[in-house]
Design a protein. Structure first.
Length: 483
């Protein structure tokens, strides 16, 4: 159905659903029917035509059982099929390290030995109903073998990563969709330090790139730029990526720019693929240290999960997520939630919504892992509920468009080659311009001026949103028309 310009403007401005200003989470059942299954990681299909993802769950109850559980969705996280426990050939209670899909029905699981049978790589071609061992019997067969990761660049080319055996990381690559695996010679991998090993879920990658990274207990980041055939190690500011007190998570925007989110809330930035890191001084970043993810396809959007560590400035929000639209410089709490058919609601304080993990394909498909419940805490007669959050970039209501900056003027508007932003009060701090799809097209940060003239000659004719912030952290959104 064709929408009129009036409808577009009403949604864009009148109802305040602009993507960059008011994100939220829709809450769905994760598919796990046990109490307190916590989603530790996601594997999301790269295809933008299919909203397919897998999740891995651990037992977050007081039992702390060593489970083997994964779940699958093909409708963007609304419904899930759980395999809990996951039955795999030749093994009992395999520890699930990672899961990664290569098409709608094909996925690979990496696992490590717990009870019986060697760890390694397993493959499904029917969305998890049946599995076969992809790795050969000789792979990960040493008593000390531990398979951490499997990842595919496309449907045929992938690699797996395991802990060191005889002084070298045990790693393999495939070029035929896992039919055969070739060992990666130790001479092509920087040597491990004494006692160094990798981590399950400890991977970072960017879509449609040959570059990938994995993390270790020595705070090092191993990078490959050739689809896993050679690896170079870089020391990061973290001493142990999986440590209780000094752990962290890493994400990358592209082959060069990335961020590390330390367990204590420190944020680091790299512009050289992880070789060197600079500590940032973010504004209003309160939640600390569970996970961080750059949203592929966005200009500079990051999301983090964690807890506030008792930070008084964060009020009584114990757990949750925050979002940054400027590469980690400033942060906002995501407080908008929608449970089933209920209306959107805001959780500003006194509510504890526990987020663990993150996974994003792009702005249109992102997930966060939480905790499942046998029934709704408010309805003992209900069925299993909650456990997974689906990202929404355009939640109705809220936003900043109703806020104002005293003495602000934007002219000429409509504009053609330039537009001037002027304030009679506090100095301007940040100015960003977004097109109607939510893409950031202009950005100025850390200003300290009362008057700013912006070149708009490269912008296409149309309607834009200008987001303005002054030195007192007041905001205003202005409709900008380019003629």
């Amino acid at each position: 159905m064709k929408k009129s310009l009036f409808f577009v403007l009403a949604v864009f401005f009148g109802f305040n659903t602009f993507a960059q200003l008011n994100a939220g989470w829709e809450v769905y059942h994760s598919g796990y029917d046990e109490e307190l299954r916590g989603i530790r990681a996601f594997g999301i299909l790269k295809s933008t035509t299919d909203d397919v993802a897998w999740s891995i769950a651990d037992d977050y109850s007081s039992n702390n059982a060593k489970i083997s559980a994964i779940a699958y969705t093909s409708d963007g996280g609304v419904t899930w099929t759980a395999y809990d426990p996951l039955s795999l050939p030749g093994v009992v209670n395999l520890g699930i390290s990672y899961v990664y899909p290569t098409n709608v029905t094909t996925a690979y699981v990496a696992g490590y030995k717990r009870s019986f049978g060697n760890g390694g790589i397993f493959k499904t071609t029917d969305a998890g109903a049946n599995w076969v061992r992809s790795s050969s019997n000789s792979m990960y067969s040493n008593s000390a073998s531990f398979c951490n990761l499997v990842y595919f660049y496309d449907e045929n080319n992938g690699f797996s990563q395991g802990d060191p055996i005889n002084g070298e990381f045990e790693m393999y690559y495939t070029t035929d969709a896992g039919a055969t695996w070739t060992p990666i010679d130790g001479s092509n991998i920087d040597d491990p330090l004494s006692g160094e090993y990798g981590y399950t879920f400890g991977i970072a990658f960017t879509p449609n790139s040959s570059t990938v990274w994995f993390t270790t207990n020595k705070g090092r980041l191993f990078r490959s730029t050739d689809q896993g055939h050679t690896w170079t190690a870089f020391q990061t500011p973290i001493t142990d990526f999986g440590g209780e007190n000094d752990g962290g998570s890493v994400t990358f925007k592209d082959d060069n720019e990335g961020w590390i989110y330390r367990r204590n809330g420190e944020l680091y930035h790299s512009l050289d693929g992880g070789a060197t890191w600079t500590q940032m001084s973010p504004t209003d970043l309160y939640v600390k240290g569970y996970d961080i993810s750059f949203i592929p396809g966005s200009a500079n959007t990051l999301v983090v999960t964690g807890d506030n560590g008792g930070n008084a400035n964060a009020g009584t929000l114990d757990y949750g997520t925050q979002i940054s639209y400027d590469g980690g410089q400033t942060w906002t709490k995501i407080i908008n939630y929608k449970f089933g058919s209920d209306p959107w609601m805001q959780f500003n304080s006194n509510q504890r919504i526990f987020h663990i993990s993150l996974g994003f394909r792009d702005l249109d498909f992102g997930l966060s892992g939480g905790l499942s419940h046998i029934n709704d805490p408010n309805d003992s007669n209900s069925g299993p509920t909650q456990g997974v959050f689906k990202f929404k970039k355009d939640v109705p209501g809220g936003g900043i468009a109703s806020e104002t900056i005293a003495g602000l003027s934007v002219y000429p508007n409509p504009a053609s080659s330039f537009v001037t932003v002027n304030t009679d009060g506090a100095t301007l701090k940040n100015i960003a311009v977004y097109d109607i799809s939510g893409k950031e097209v202009i950005n100025f940060n850390n200003l300290s001026v009362n008057n700013m003239t912006i070149n708009t000659s490269d912008l296409e004719k149309g309607i834009y949103l200008m987001k303005i912030e002054d030195a007192n952290n007041n905001h205003q959104a202005v409709k900008l028309v380019i003629k």
